[in-house]
Design a binder for this molecule. Structure first.
Ligand SMILES: C[S@@+](CC[C@H](N)C(=O)[O-])C[C@H]1O[C@@H](n2cnc3c(N)ncnc32)[C@H](O)[C@@H]1O
Length: 358
């Protein structure tokens, strides 16, 4: 579904002069508008932190780089225009604004759009203070749209003019924990889902897992951690012996953090940037998943179904998947169409664990 805040950016892109150096920053909010952007026929480059968005753009022969909004490949003072529909997380927006100051030419423009409740007005005034040139923000229904130019004279910004991106690029310790006999160090960074805490649903899943595993006919020999984030569920499984252990996520920051954590904790886990398990050819005895239920800003039932379908496809016959979801997600109803057995394994009033058998 097309996003209103993107539509204005797409209109600006249509009208933009050709032969200028343009960059579109593509997070999950770009997903529904890839074809509209491509139809503008412009030579522009993209950075995306989502592998599904990256794949969609590349499929249309667009020039996209998949990374955690790492601008290192772009020369300083080289861009005429950046298109950005603001992201959900503040440190991501602040990081991107700071990078735009470095990468825009003098007189170059950052075009931004977003909703009031996403903080667009505050972002606009902070970015205006940093870039220092002409700026304008307008209200279009529920959406705010506008531009900020980089001052012709400002070659450097003062420390306090940069936006606080919470050291966006830096992985840092967020927890030390113990699982069985194993001590586990967890590092993370902004840009990863719930980056500075341990997810309560995942904690619940991990606490209940031994009982679920005890009821299986045989111990699982392989594990897939689907939507791994910084790798919590995999890290907690350190004491288990798996012949094959994979962890996947579609977010570049998550993939980077998970890879770092497995190395840090001396674990042999294959980490893959992947959309809901679609690109994995392998099958597994056990799949653990705490699926997202938001796509951009809206609750997305289709995404849950996509996770379930791929889980079914990636399970060995007789294999088991354990999903943890909020009470209000109708996972069982969706899963019943696919799995031989769908069982409520535990419920703590906030989260439920659903055991799925193929
Ligand atoms: C609720 S979080 C759980 C993270 C992690 N398993 C934990 O326990 O902390 C959901 C994760 O799914 C990832 N995700 C969202 N959409 C995805 C997709 N289409 N394919 C793969 N992973 C996705 C998010 O980036 C996020 O890391």
């Amino acid at each position: 579904m097309s996003d209103f805040a993107n539509q204005w950016l797409i209109e600006q892109l249509r009208q933009a002069p050709r032969n200028t150096t343009q960059l579109w920053l593509a997070d999950e909010n770009t997903l529904g508008d890839i074809e509209l952007i491509a139809a503008c026929g412009h030579q522009l480059r993209f950075i995306s932190n989502r592998c599904d968005v990256d794949a969609g753009l590349r499929a249309l022969n667009l020039d996209c780089t998949f990374n955690d909004f790492d601008f290192a490949g772009i020369e300083n003072n080289s861009l005429d225009c950046v298109y950005y529909r603001v992201s959900k997380e503040k440190p991501v927006v602040h990081h991107i604004a700071n990078q735009c100051f470095e990468k825009l030419k003098a007189g170059g423009k950052l075009l931004i759009s977003g909703q009031k409740n996403e903080g667009i007005k505050t972002y606009f005034s902070k970015i205006k203070n940093l870039l220092g040139g002409d700026a304008k923000l307008e209200k279009n229904g529920l959406i705010y749209t506008g531009f900020v130019s980089k001052s012709e004279t400002r070659e450097q910004a003062r420390e306090e003019q940069y936006l606080d991106a919470q050291q966006y690029t830096t992985l840092r310790p967020i927890a030390e924990t113990v699982s069985g006999e194993q001590s586990i160090a967890i590092h993370s960074k902004p840009g990863v889902f719930g980056w500075n805490k341990i997810d309560q649903g995942s904690q619940f899943l991990w606490a209940e897992l031994p009982e679920i595993l005890a009821n299986l006919n045989r111990p699982p020999k392989s594990l897939l951690d689907l939507g791994c984030g910084y790798g919590y569920l995999s890290l907690m499984s350190k004491g288990y012996e798996f012949d094959k252990h994979w962890a996947t996520d579609n977010n570049a920051a998550a993939v980077r953090a998970a890879s770092h954590n497995f190395e840090l904790n001396d674990m042999d886990v294959t980490v893959l940037a992947d959309d809901c398990g679609t690109s994995i050819g392998e099958k597994f005895d056990l799949i653990l998943c705490n699926p997202p239920f938001h796509q951009g800003f809206s609750i997305d039932g289709d995404l849950t179904t996509k996770f379930l379908r791929n889980t079914h496809a990636r399970l060995n016959p007789g294999g088991t998947a354990v999903f943890v979801v909020n009470q209000f997600i109708p996972l069982e109803r969706k899963a019943q169409k696919l799995f031989k057995q769908v069982k409520l394994a535990a419920d703590n009033g906030s989260f439920k664990l659903i055991r799925l058998t193929r």
